[in-house]
Design a binder for this molecule. Structure first.
Ligand SMILES: Cc1cc2nc3c(=O)[nH]c(=O)nc-3n(C[C@H](O)[C@H](O)[C@H](O)COP(=O)(O)OP(=O)(O)OC[C@H]3O[C@@H](n4cnc5c(N)ncnc54)[C@H](O)[C@@H]3O)c2cc1C
Length: 430
């Protein structure tokens, strides 16, 4: 598709990830004209699993995507913590089972992106997402219009478009963020390497469990099923993330964090030798995975402000966070919905709309970035490993009631909105 199709949109969104595409659907639903640009020529379902928490599922359901999510993902029933021997430390129901009106879904990130992309093309037209085109920089403002310089990736040529607002939804290495906040440098790495993969397996741990074993003090494994289609065949498409901490100071990584980088089984397997969680043989699952990916656990310092004039940030471009509590993709969805609402409420003043959006979202997401760094539940999981290195029969013999309550509170805080608050509040739809 020609890059010129991005010309003169009301709102231009840079980046067709989860955040950018949800923003396009939300803006369109609010009656605001929008175009999305994306450097990748052909978007494919890349990535592995993510979790969509009930607050994000609500927003996507209100955008008319509830049935597709239900058919594609797996409605998570519970989240359970185990020690490295598979002894249950703590768990709680999730989604509907916890009282939310909306489920939590475990889903393939790429499948979710394709659901959003198809919906954008169907509702806004084939030309709404201009692929093979990247944001380069903003030029001058002409009256109410901002001149934005884009690059046609295939031809290597730059051209200008005029828009009333620009949304940088261009991910961890956001160019829009770099233009707004020059000199920020690379993402910050906490010393944890994450290996990730997907393999078809027999259903384990009751079938709809997000299982977390070990702790980030050393080695941790997260496993959950992500495919409704596999479930309907009596199988499970298991997504796993193996996290291992290395003795590196919190700081900049060398080289880029690349979601598509291939990892090696021999690098990760030794850390999980002999691990068994209930009926799940962990080394066997890792060894059966056709393609293993590797990614460093990174984030960025929260920004004192996101945007300026008719420009702002959204999703990972605004607030990349550690995947503690599975909140990154969900927060991008919430950003998108608040953005559309703020622009509609302040229409036709786009600058006022963007500032109103930042007012709602910036501090809330900064608090999550910082909370995820503290990994509040991890301290207690490490306490379990120290007090009972060979395992235990009853967790009450290892943790005090106060410590167990602390675990509970830690999870409530990092993963979610209060049940009554989410169920009770009015729609953000316009
Ligand atoms: C290829 C890929 C695979 C991923 N896999 C996983 C995964 O397996 N598990 C997980 O937890 N998270 C994964 N993530 C991250 C996850 O999608 C995000 O943390 C979360 O969904 C927030 O999404 P986002 O839309 O803000 O950012 P992203 O999903 O990162 O999307 C940003 C988009 O912006 C585009 N972009 C980059 N530069 C420019 C530019 N100059 N101009 C215009 N567009 C630009 C990118 O190509 C990308 O499509 C992945 C991200 C990507 C891009």
């Amino acid at each position: 598709m020609s890059a010129m199709n991005a010309a003169n949109a009301d709102v231009l969104v840079a980046g067709a990830g989860i955040g950018g595409l949800t923003a396009a659907l939300s803006l369109h639903a609010a009656g605001i004209g929008v175009r999305v640009i994306e450097p990748v020529q052909v978007l494919r379902p890349v990535g592995v699993g993510i979790n969509l928490l009930p607050h994000a599922v609500r927003e996507l359901t209100e955008l008319g995507l509830g049935e597709q999510l239900a058919a594609t993902g797996v409605a998570t029933a519970q989240m359970v913590h185990y020690d490295r021997h598979g002894n249950r430390i703590w768990g709680e129901p999730r989604g509907h089972a916890l009282g939310y009106h909306w489920p939590q879904y475990s889903i393939h990130r790429g499948a979710l992106q394709m659901i959003l992309l198809d919906a954008v093309r169907e509702r806004l037209g084939e030309r709404a997402v201009v692929t093979g085109t990247s944001f380069v920089r903003c030029a001058e403002t002409e009256g109410q219009l901002l001149r934005v310089i884009l690059r046609d990736m295939a031809r290597g040529r730059e051209h200008a478009v005029r828009v009333r607002a620009l949304i940088g939804a261009d991910g961890l290495y956001s160019t829009v963020r770099a233009r707004l906040h020059p000199g920020e440098g690379p993402p910050l790495w906490n010393g944890i390497r994450m290996w990730r993969g997907v393999a078809e397996w027999d259903p384990v741990l009751g079938g709809r469990t997000v299982a977390i074993a070990g702790s980030n003090a050393h080695a941790k494994l997260v496993v959950y099923p992500i495919s409704g289609e596999a479930e309907r065949r009596g199988r499970a498409l298991l997504n796993w993330v193996a996290e291992v901490r290395f003795p590196v100071e919190h700081g900049a990584i060398s080289g880029a964090a690349d979601w598509n980088r291939t990892g090696r089984l021999s690098d990760v397997l030794p850390y999980f030798a002999g691990w068994r969680i209930g009926d799940l043989d962990v080394p066997a699952l890792l060894a059966a995975t056709r393609r293993i990916l590797e990614y460093p656990m990174v984030d960025r310092e929260p920004l004192p402000r996101w945007g300026r004039g008719p420009v702002t940030l959204l999703g990972d471009a605004a607030h990349p966070m550690y995947p503690v509590g599975s909140n990154g993709g969900s927060q991008a969805v919430l950003d998108a919905r608040v953005l559309a609402r703020s622009l509609a409420v302040n229409d036709p003043d786009r600058v006022a709309g963007l500032r109103a959006y930042e007012e709602v979202r910036r501090e809330a997401t900064a608090a999550l970035v910082l909370a995820n760094r503290r990994m509040p539940a991890d301290r207690l999981l490490q306490v379990v490993a120290e007090r009972a290195p060979e395992g235990f029969d009853r967790v009450e013999d290892v943790l005090t009631p106060e410590e167990l309550a602390e675990l509970d509170a830690a999870y409530r805080w990092t993963t979610g909105t209060d049940v009554a608050e989410l169920n009770g509040r009015g729609s953000w739809g316009v």
